[in-house]
Design a protein around this ligand. Structure first.
Ligand SMILES: [Zn+2]
Length: 440
């Protein structure tokens, strides 16, 4: 009888959890005694993962790409970014459950605030979802009045409502080879020189169309009662659309297709549409947690409980926490350190405690997608530290392969000494899923 039970237990599936601390890596900060936020933070649970686990550093952003979260996430999950990346809009479309047809191009469409000749901000003063929804609906209703000098008609165009200033635009027969400016890169600068232009001759018509749409929207939006009310209240009006980051529907294999004997089912937990979108294309279920804000005040307990719950049911869970990245963008060292501590105490600690009781092997990795150094307040290309840890169940699902490598703490310098060294491309995900067959 005992033998039969043990035989059954061997067939329990492996469980995998990735905890992604967005932008957590950094550089030494004077205000933290020349330590990085990861080094300055009190984080006994994350350090335990490094101490009992196996460590290294990972190149998440391939040469020639900007270190955006979407690129870094695709990179760390092992995708060939050059082959699968189709812009932000198409990823966010997946999260918004907007299908993209074969003949359509999708793009992010901000509603922004112009002041005279300049871009005042990329967010229309962080306009509310309710106000934004009215404006996006109004643009769709007015589309029949739009006339283009190109071969496109209004029926080729459709806006989709997202969150706050972040929306989506789809163009039937559109071409993705159009150069656009992310509006957050040009705050306080003239907008006219930043209108779109063709990257290749085949993008010419789409570029002309987008510029026509921008001008058309300015006329309509500036007169709209929602904006007139905002101006009267001293708020920034959303007086122009700003399309950017064009792409077709990504042709991505799911994680199950890539690793059929490791991942059957999975889930992604985040507060960010971009990350949800990547998760959806990876074949993961999108799990929304009430009170997940993407900021320091996020619902850590809710996210942790969702992660544990999903891990009970599925093979693979991706838990994304944005707060550290935002603190980096805001240039706040104390807050960034505190965000690491909250992640440690309220998420990582309880998760490790819980899975330590489970009967099957649970392997957990922690890493950032890229550094967001306080010093620069933006992302950098520097490889990120990672730690891979696993529980020690009474009937392990497979032989123990994760053995301590002498690293004592989780940070940018310590993990550099880890036994896995510097990994790139799909080496991290392959090792994480199957250390017995490490990639070349
Ligand atoms: Zn990021």
């Amino acid at each position: 009888m005992q033998g039969d039970l043990e035989g059954l237990l061997i067939f329990l599936r492996m469980k995998y959890l990735i905890i992604l601390a967005d932008g957590a890596a950094d550089e030494p900060v004077e205000a933290l005694g020349n330590k990085t936020p990861l080094q300055a933070a009190k984080k006994p649970n994350i350090d335990r993962m490094a101490k009992e686990g196996i460590n290294g550093r990972l190149v998440t952003v391939p040469e020639g790409f900007h270190p955006g979260s979407e690129i870094a996430h695709l990179g760390l999950l092992g995708y060939d970014v050059a082959k699968v990346f189709e812009g932000r809009g198409s990823l966010e479309a997946a999260s918004m459950q907007v299908p993209i047809a074969d003949d359509e191009v999708a793009m992010r469409c901000n509603i922004i605030c112009l002041e005279g000749d300049n871009i005042k901000n990329h967010s229309a003063g962080n306009i509310s979802n309710e106000e934004a929804a009215v404006l996006i609906k109004y643009l769709n209703e007015q589309l029949p009045t739009f006339r283009s000098k190109t071969s496109f008609t209004w029926q080729d165009i459709k806006f989709f409502e997202g969150v706050s200033y972040r929306h989506l635009l789809k163009i039937r027969r559109g071409n993705k080879h159009v150069l656009c400016t992310p509006p957050h890169d040009k705050i306080g600068q003239p907008w006219r020189p930043e209108l779109t232009r063709a990257e290749l001759p085949e993008g010419e018509e789409t570029s002309l169309l987008l510029n026509e749409l921008i001008l058309w929207s300015q006329d309509l939006l500036s007169k709209h009662p929602v904006n007139q009310k905002r101006v009267a209240e001293g708020k920034d009006p959303a007086n122009s659309i700003w399309p950017w980051s064009l792409g077709y529907r990504p042709k991505m294999q799911t994680l199950h297709e890539l690793f059929p004997d490791r991942i059957q089912t999975g889930a992604v937990i985040s507060a960010v549409d971009l990350i949800f979108g990547i998760g959806v294309y990876c074949g993961l279920d999108k799990i929304e947690v009430p009170g997940a804000t993407g900021l320091w005040d996020t619902n850590y307990e809710g996210k942790r409980d969702a992660a544990i719950e999903q891990l009970r049911q599925k093979d693979f869970v991706f838990l994304h926490v944005e707060a550290t990245d935002e603190a980096g963008h805001d240039g706040e060292p104390e807050l960034k350190k505190r965000c690491v501590e909250m992640l440690d105490e309220r998420c990582v600690g309880p998760i490790l405690q819980e899975v330590s009781k489970w009967k099957e092997t649970v392997r957990v990795a922690i890493l950032p997608d890229h550094p967001t150094p306080i010093k620069y307040r933006t992302h950098t290309m520097t490889p990120v530290p990672f730690a891979i840890w696993q529980n020690h169940p009474s009937a392990p699902t497979e032989p123990t392969t994760i053995v301590a490598d002498g690293v004592q703490t989780f940070d940018e310098d310590a993990c550099f000494q880890g036994s896995l060294g510097l990994l790139e491309k799909d080496q991290f995900i392959k090792y994480f899923l199957d250390p017995l067959n490490p990639p070349a």
